[in-house]
Design a protein around this ligand. Sequence first.
Ligand code: NAD
Length: 462
Amino acid sequence: MLKEHIKGDVTFMYATLKGVQQEFVFSGAMKSFHARKQQLEKLKQMLHQHEQEFLRAVNKDLNKQEAEAFMMELGTVHAEITHALESLEEWMEPVNVKTPVTHTGSKSYLVNEPYGSVLIIAPWNYPIQLTFSPLVGALAAGNSAVIKPSELTPHTSSAIAAAVRATFAQEIVAVVEGDAKTSEALLKQGFDYIFFTGSVAVGKIVMKHAAEHLTPHTLELGGKSPVIVAEDAKLDLAAKRIAWGKFTNAGQTCIAPDYVMVHESVYKDFLKKLKKHTYNLFSQRTKEGTFTQIVNDKHFDRLAAFLNDGEIVLGGQSSKEDRLIAPTLLTDVDWDAPIMQDEIFGPILPVFPFKSATEVLVRVRSLPNPLALYVFSEEEQTQKLYTEQLSFGGGCINDTIMHVANPYLPFGGKGPSGIGAYHGYESFRTFSHQKGMLKQTTAFDMPLRYKSGKVMNKIIRS
Ligand code: NAD
């Protein structure tokens, strides 16, 4: 019936879709724990049932290999669903809060309610994870959702559309495939919540649309995430963890290390170890052609130009035909070089020596707030110095990117790297409007509020 409804021009179609979803949510159909649990279980089952199609699709789009694709795409969504299923009943409980003496006779509590029909706009770099992880939160909070996958990973986009259509009624989850034009047409509809993951430039466009309708929104953006290696760091382990975090998915990870600053006293030693681990972890895959591809020619050309921005100490090989760039380490990079102007988002890693902590603080602060920051040091004082004096979305001490996979940690940026956060309970909160409620007694009526302000003010001041 719905399919007949949504024939016609796209504006009418999207408006109808949103309307049908809102009607469904506001009918109370998603109010109970059991209704939400059922949808989350459906999602889990869908991921299992269509696993092979998803893995084939990300392989075609990005040359992602099965083991990595499962861990980084499907595995993280499974973990989010499992965590939500275990915790949802508790999250949904109203929370009692304190009530001041001025309100004697009443009690206060918080109630979470769904926003309604949520629009999820996804990027291409982890096209499955970044479509379905937000969906877990949206469903857990009792919303319906319209998903717009990235057009730059077309096989994954159509695999997502097919799986969702085979699993969910459109009033619960629907997929609209398309490019920027489609995305903008959807944004014009004034959904009840917008969840956007993507670039800073498009984030600003999304925020303008949200302003037009005063739509609450989350922006999960990017940025230049620094790694700081202090002189007392365990260099070999640091190098291994940095190489893995950077070159997984060919550096096309929003929280991938963007550049490394190493204390000058250990710079040479660290560089040697970084070369060794990068080579050990990825050279075989580069030779076999199983290293993740660059998503398209435009990004390939942008990245290939960065290879001229410093001295190549490892890698540097590239093939435009296969859209492959070998994991590359660059030294002697000028801070004003093009590679240092924007998020790299590819398998090229500039490494800089530093003399003092002040130099690191000044450098990192001169760039927009990053999405992540990583500090390698054995000293608590040094760890605190960088993590407390610098501003960033989230991060790790003595590791890279692992914080993203902990559902107990909120994940999001700050300002230019994002607004809002999700994962685990934070996803439930993000996709719920929290009502503050006061329940007053009718057994008696405190006369205070009707008296002159003087008496009331005296109580408040006491
Ligand atoms: P993008 O901003 O180009 O595209 C993201 C989505 O927005 C796509 O679905 C696209 O169709 C849509 N879009 C593009 N132009 C639009 C427009 N004018 N109006 C409305 N929608 C539009 O980003 P991308 O290239 O797909 O992804 C890479 C970026 O995403 C990087 O900057 C990366 O750091 C960031 N990212 C952030 C996170 C995070 O969790 N914070 C995760 C992954 C990627």
